[in-house]
Design a protein around this ligand. Sequence first.
Ligand SMILES: [Zn+2]
Length: 115
Amino acid sequence: MTSTELAKKFNVSRGMITKIWYDSNLKGKEHNTSHTTEIDICGQVFGKWTVLYKTDKRNTGGVIYWHCKCECGTEKDVLGTSLRSGRSLSCGLHSNISKGNVKIADILDAANISY
Ligand SMILES: [Zn+2]
């Protein structure tokens, strides 16, 4: 999606979209070691996950795994893309989240397949 399309979709100026992109990428660019721009999400909360720290693990697409702690105390390495897209919201042991769906999303991410 281009900035023009985004501007149209959210009914804002193209300059605004460019600024948001620039701001959100700024941190990632400074520490960018792979071809994937990764925003520092340390300390952020996604669903029941709290991001503790960045791991050295990457999937085949170069996406960073973040070490997260679930509300229930379970700790796991989760892909940054899964966290930000909302596909992984907890350790998967909670009744309101389908364990199967989370697993499939993880596999697709690991294989770097867009769906
Ligand atoms: Zn949990």
